[in-house]
Every structure is written in C-alpha cells, then in structure tokens.
Design a protein around this ligand. Sequence first.
Ligand SMILES: C[S@@+](CC[C@H](N)C(=O)[O-])C[C@H]1O[C@@H](n2cnc3c(N)ncnc32)[C@H](O)[C@@H]1O
Length: 298
Amino acid sequence: MISDVTDRPNLAELLAGAAQLLADAGVPSPAHDARALAAHALGLERLPILDVEPDADFTARFAELVERRRHREPLQHLVGSTGFRYLTLAVEPGVFVPRPETEVVAQVAVDEANRLLAEGRSPIVVDLCCGAGGIAISVAVEAVGSLVTAVDLSPAAVALTRRNALSTGVGALRLEQGDVREPELLADLDGTVDVVVSNPPYIPPDAVPVEPEVRDHDPDLALYGGGLDGLETPRAVIAAAHRLLKPGGLFVMEHAEVQQAATQAAATQAGFTDVHTVEDLSGRPRALVARLGATPTG
Ligand SMILES: C[S@@+](CC[C@H](N)C(=O)[O-])C[C@H]1O[C@@H](n2cnc3c(N)ncnc32)[C@H](O)[C@@H]1O
C-alpha cells in the first residue's frame, strides 16, 4: 500500500508505485490508469505534467482509488466518465460503459444522417438499447437537425442518457423506457425511420467475459443477448428495425466477431438488402449494415 508518512513520496514516486500495484493486479494499462486516478483525486480531468507536492488528502484519496482499481473496479466508474467520439459521458455502476468500437457504429449512423441533411431532409434516427446514450447523443450533436429517439429497457440507462443529453446541451432527444422485443415499441414511428442504430447485448451464455471489469461490473442485461448464440435480443432488434424503417432506410447493429454470418443471415431473412459488415478500429468484423429495400438514389 501507499503509506501516508511525514516524509511523503513525491508525485512521480506515487504514480510509479500505483502503476506497479495495478500491473501486479493484471490491470491492462497500469500507468495510464494511475495517472487518470491521480488526476481524479486532484479534481482534474487529466494530469498535466507538473511538479506538485502531494498533500496528505491527495495521498489518501489516491491510495483509495488505486486500491479499488487494483480490485478491478472499472476506471470509468472510479472517475465517473468516459470519452465517446466528441463527448465526455457520465457513467455509473448499473449502466454499460460505452466502448471505443461502438464509435464506428455511431459513425455509420452519423454519416447517413448527414447525407440526408445535405439533401434538405430532417432524418429520423432511432437508437435501440441506448445505454448511457453515446450513439444517440453523438447523432444529435454531429448531425444537427436529426430527430433522435433513444430506447432502453433499463430505467437506470434511460436516466443516464437523459443526464448525458442535458449536460451535452441536447434538449430535443426523445427517450423511452421500452423493450425491443415488444412489437408495439415506438409503433407511432412504424415505416417512417431513416436510420436504426443499435449496440444491443449479444454475448452468448458460454462466453462469459474474462475481464473482471466487464464480468463483474457491466450489468448482465447489457451483456448477454439471450439464447444459445446470444442473438435473441439482436434478432428482436433486427425485427424492430425492419418494422420501423422506411423503404431505403439504413440499419446498423454491433455484434461479436463470430456473429457476422448469423447476423447477416438474420437480416437477409428479415428482408433487408445491401447486407454487409463493417470492421472495428482493429479490423475485426463487428457491425451489420443493411438497407430496407432499394438503395436510395438521392
Ligand atoms: C451493450 S449495452 C450498449 C449500450 C449503448 N448502446 C452503448 O453502446 O454504450 C446494451 C444495452 O441494451 C439494453 N437492453 C438489453 N435488453 C434490452 C431489451 N430487450 N430492450 C431494450 N434494451 C435492452 C441494456 O440495458 C443495455 O443498456
């Protein structure tokens, strides 16, 4: 442990000690996390390069944070936020922590919304399974003029999306607590939506994540998609997208690497065309993209 003694170690020594503790606990990015926790203990967003004399308060706060991280509490829960595209989103226990790979999924929706805006239209965009709201709020912020609706089954997720939308200055987001398996969900939008985007739960029951941060801290509702292949909820998302989209509308949904063929088959079977896959930032097939009916000409 980091001791609080009169002859206190300096900041560099505290950071080095913390990074070593975190490395010993198997934390994947110990030096980065030690700096992030030190910044948080100092009330800063990030740690500038400075030569501060750590006081006793800082040393105690930092030691407690490092101890919790050593026990694999997610860094994002400890500092209370995470970056997603241009946003800093609040995160909290009980709601899925947004991931970098989902930024690529959001990009597809943002691009389509901006394409429609450039044609003088006001695209209707629906984010199914919105979690902390990263995708929906990104579309609202990056494709201004889009009419965005976000849905999640978890009341905690809906509340967090509302909080993130307000703190980002997005006032016009429609938010619903609802179940994608419910055939009447957003029935007033049936056949009118330009883009349906989703990062649903999709992990199969026999693929329990090994990382304690995910396994023990992301809610099961956000992780496991149901059924033997984990695709029960994603199939419900595909069906909901098919019902909600207008002809020519675009659908994009994140999935696991091994689910490329199954999600493509499900989308084709549901009646989607132009079915293809986009890769995540490390080149892995991680998102289904499809159109309802013919590709729009303009
Ligand atoms: C993997 S998380 C993704 C959250 C967010 N889209 C993101 O990318 O950060 C999946 C989300 O789906 C929600 N969810 C799970 N089952 C659902 C259902 N049947 N209907 C609506 N939302 C559901 C969970 O509460 C969780 O917030």
